[in-house]
Design a protein around this ligand. Structure first.
Ligand code: PHE
Ligand code: ZN
Length: 861
């Protein structure tokens, strides 16, 4: 199989546009009829045919201006209509089969709910259309369906008319006044519990809020509704952006490929990101619900009102909206733990993507399957790029740029360049060089080095940027990197360089080498670079272990203090990995102890500092990795750390108990701190009672899960006992049981593959449900280091066997799960061979999806 990639350069404006579309659905499980009436207008003077996109459709009828039309061809990818007029009404009737649709793209039926998913190119599975984001039309949607089983029938915009038929069906007509691209269309029909509320906007308009959840789950939806109101208020306060329709609807569905979808006025959510209460959801779940609710809401302006010209511009809406939801979350809880969470995603996942064959710029140049580009690069690195603009422009400048962006582009489909140029116009900062972040892939390396000249008493700090070739781009240029930096003298006082700073604590690296000098201040100065993770780069420096401790004690930037401890852990683990842990002198252990001791009244930073870098993070700064040696080094270090400070850890564990559960920042930090400590203590025999007592006394899911994670670490017998109890309690609640599936799948045990087989046979497991598949297969492939990387290659083979099966029904999910196999670059050659062998098996499958083909063929190239 060879598939041709689409290229960003080849963008052409559409030859036709569609101003209005009237859709008429008659819902039926296996034969849903879709009548579409389009107002089509030619955009240029040529006599081009009208080429509509369409896949998996049964065509029943074509008419132009009410007359049957026959001058067309059906192709693999759509419908070509020849000799059409310059302006006309096109009527197309198609039929689709929602119950057979297991790919969950287009119109599908699952658990009795009809639901659509159109981003990126799913609308073409509903009807023939110009399925591209730069065609914006006004939608009117009529839905007819069975009254008893489908009491709720929703589409975008406002309901304007409804009625009943004599055959037991009813119908409803929806109208969306805002022209939109087809990817924002949505239809949902089913039977739900409904939560309602109202929100009064800053200009006094009343908006009806409606949340639809599975029957019986009403109470678990309350938090999401509150989160929605907080998001609406925040966007008014921070960006002056108000909601624009009379009604805002959110539907939670159990079968969904992604997190959620921002369809205009009708968001569709994976129920995982809506449902949450104290008993069933962890603090992290609450956090995720709030941030995804915010994310989709914020898309109403950054995505819907101003949308993407083409899919290469995806980061225009996603990078920006992720940045906005991050700012929101940070305002709702605590900036430091939020920033650390974001950086973990970058270091664990985005850096890994950059280092792999899937490396791409935040604005990709070439795409075979668009669904493969909903990536941590487009989303999270995209958000880091927006954040750097925020840093450069300042909060006010950034807001002015956003205002200008909406002033220029409201109602349009635009490019990343349009965004940068609006930002540029608002301040006098030149973003030309900066905008290379959009076109260049890869993680820049920044090196900090010092040289002291005693004769002139001058210390030179050299900051070097290096942009290495990536799989997709061999030629690289220097980037424009805003580096937050502070300098500490030996006594902990701050010192400033002679000159060269862009502003206080900010230096711009815009060439290969940037130097800062300190005259007359001696040689003993510690540079603390990458404050607040001011740029998505890998930092290396000549700091000594004792200087990391010095940084922790004296730096102003809280992120840098945390990062100093992480760097020190990384260094310690390296000593174990090299087989010489004795290199870690007593003063360093002691220093770590004191750092923890000194932070006891700050559970937020303490909790984060007691997390040892993940295996995935450790991989990003190493080559030719011996997986098991590195994993064991990490494990042994954690054990020794826990042992060295066990008395202190016990005290911290005891002091961070709260009596009655609330999801609020102080409690969340304290609970996290307690559970992080429990995981560390699980290295030691004394943990058994703590774990069992926490498990049996817990009144919330965070503590329950904390106990289970610690038990998983502690010993298999205890773990199995508690897991069985958990299963009894939650056996009828698959969403909660996903936590249980995930814990089993990440367990370090020699019979893990047999365990996975059992899990697949569990009554609540279903290969058709992406959440279940991610909980079992995804957890194993991404996070079970010992099992996935078993020396005989059995873990790789297991994943491959599974993907060959899953790809037949749900290529999108299969393609996401193949990621760990494609990231073989960091490992030792023998392991690379085993991983590539399995990738070859995938590629040998003649019926492999485009999705998997693109990733696997790149990984093998
Ligand atoms: N646009 C969605 C979001 O980020 C993600 C998504 C993409 C959902 C494709 C479904 C399909 O909010
Ligand atoms: Zn999004």
């Amino acid at each position: 199989m060879t598939l041709v990639a689409k290229r960003r350069e080849d963008y052409r404006a559409p030859e036709f546009t569609i101003t209005d579309i009237a859709l008429d659905f008659t819902l039926d499980p296996s034969a849903t009829k879709v009548v579409s009436e389009l107002q089509v207008k030619r955009q240029d003077n040529a006599n081009a045919p009208l080429e509509l996109d369409g896949e998996h459709l049964q065509l029943l009828e074509v008419a132009i201006d009410d007359l049957p039309f026959g001058d067309y061809q059906q192709t693999d990818s759509g419908l070509v209509l020849n000799n059409v007029p310059d302006a006309f009404t096109l009527r197309i009737v198609t039929q689709v089969n929602p119950s057979e649709n297991k790919a969950l793209e287009g119109l599908y039926l699952s658990n009795g709910v009809y639901c659509t998913q159109c981003e990126a190119e799913g609308f073409r599975r509903i009807t023939y259309y110009l399925d591209r984001p730069d065609v914006l039309a006004r939608f009117t949607v009529k839905i007819t369906g069975d009254k008893a089983s489908l009491p709720t029938m929703l589409a975008n915009g406002n309901p304007i008319e409804q009625g009943s038929n004599t055959d037991g069906t009813h119908w409803i007509l929806w109208q969306d006044p805002f022209p939109k691209p087809s990817y924002l269309f949505a239809l949902v029909a089913g039977s739900f519990d409904q939560l309602t509320d109202t929100f009064v906007t800053q200009s006094g308009k009343s908006v009806a809020l409606e949340l639809f959840v599975d029957k019986g789950k009403r109470q678990r939806g309350e938090f999401a509704l509150e989160a929605l109101k907080r998001s609406m208020r925040w966007d008014e306060e921070v960006f002056g952006l108000e909601y624009d329709l009379d009604i805002y609807m959110i539907v939670a569905v159990d079968f969904f490929n992604m997190g959620a979808m921002e369809n205009k006025g009708l968001n569709v959510f994976n129920s995982k990101f809506v449902l949450a209460d104290q008993a069933s959801a962890t603090d992290e779940d609450f956090f995720n619900v709030e941030s995804v609710i915010a994310h989709e809401y914020f898309h109403n302006w950054t995505g819907n009102r101003v949308t993407c010209r083409d899919w290469f511009q995806l980061s225009l809406k996603e990078g920006l909206t992720v940045f906005r939801d991050q700012q929101f979350s940070s305002d709702m809880s605590s900036p430091l733990s939020n920033r650390i969470k974001q950086v973990r995603v970058m270091r664990e996942h985005q850096f890994a993507e950059d280092a792999s064959a899937m490396s791409h710029p935040i604005r990709p140049d070439e795409v075979i399957e668009m669904n493969n580009f909903y990536t941590v690069t487009v989303y999270d690195k995209g958000a880091e790029v927006i954040r750097m603009m925020h840093t450069l422009l300042g909060a006010e400048g950034f807001r002015a740029g956003m205002d200008e962006y909406f002033r220029r582009h409201d109602g349009q489909a635009v490019t990343c360049d349009d965004f940068v140029s609006a930002m540029q116009s608002a301040t006098d900062i030149d973003l030309t060089h900066f905008s290379r972040w959009y076109s260049q892939s890869g993680t820049p390396r920044v090196e900090v080095k010092r040289a002291y000249d005693a004769a002139s008493n001058k210390l030179t700090v050299t900051l070097t940027q290096q942009n290495l070739a990536t799989a997709d781009q061999s030629e690289k240029h220097d980037l424009y990197i805003p580096l937050q930096i502070e300098f500490l003298a030996a006594d902990g006082q701050h010192v400033a360089p002679d000159s060269g700073m862009f502003r206080d604590n900010l230096v711009i690296l815009d060439k290969p080498v940037t130097e800062l000098t300190f005259t007359g201040k001696g040689s003993n100065i510690t540079p603390v670079a990458l404050g607040n993770f001011s740029a998505p780069v890998k930092l290396t420096s000549d700091l000594t272990p004792l200087e990391w401790l010095h940084t922790f004690r004296f730096a102003n930037d809280a992120f840098s203090r945390w990062d100093a401890i992480q760097q020190l852990y990384n260094w310690c683990i390296e000593q174990y990995y090299q087989g010489s842990p004795q290199q870690i002198e007593k003063v360093i252990w002691q220093g770590l102890y004191e750092a923890v001791e000194a932070s006891q009244d700050n559970p937020e930073i303490l909790g984060e500092c007691l997390v040892v870098p993940s295996f995935e993070t450790l991989c990003q700064t190493r080559e030719n990795i011996d997986v098991h040696a590195l994993n064991e080094a990490r494990q042994t270090f954690s054990h020794d750390l826990a042992e060295f400070m066990s008395d202190l850890l016990l005290v911290i564990y005891q002091t961070n108990q709260s009596d009655s559960y609330a999801y609020e920042p102080a409690q969340v930090s304290s609970r996290r701190c307690k559970n992080v400590v429990l995981t560390l203590l699980a290295e030691l025999p004394l943990a058994e009672t703590l774990i069992t007592e926490q498990f049996s006394g817990s009144d919330n899911m965070s503590d329950t899960l904390g106990a289970l994670k610690a038990a998983q670490q502690f010993d298999l017998v205890l773990f199995n006992n508690l897991m069985n109890e958990f299963e009894q309690r939650w056996r009828d609640d698959p969403l909660v049981l996903d936590k249980w599936f995930g814990l089993h799948a990440t367990c370090d045990r020699s019979d893990i593959l047999a365990q996975l087989t059992l899990l697949r046979q569990h009554p609540q497991f279903s290969q058709q449900n992406p959440n279940r598949v991610r909980a079992v297969i995804g957890s194993f492939a991404f996070y079970n280091t010992s099992g996935f990387h078993a020396d005989d290659g059995s873990g790789y083979r297991f994943l491959t066997d599974y993907l060959l099966e899953l790809d037949k029904t749900n290529p999108q999910v299969a393609s996401r799960l193949v990621t760990p196999l494609t990231q073989w670059q960091h490992f030792a050659p023998s392991r690379q061979a085993l991983m590539r062998q399995q990738l070859s098996r995938l590629l040998d499958d003649a019926s492999l999806s485009k999705d998997l083909y693109e990733k696997v063929s790149k990984a093998l190239a």
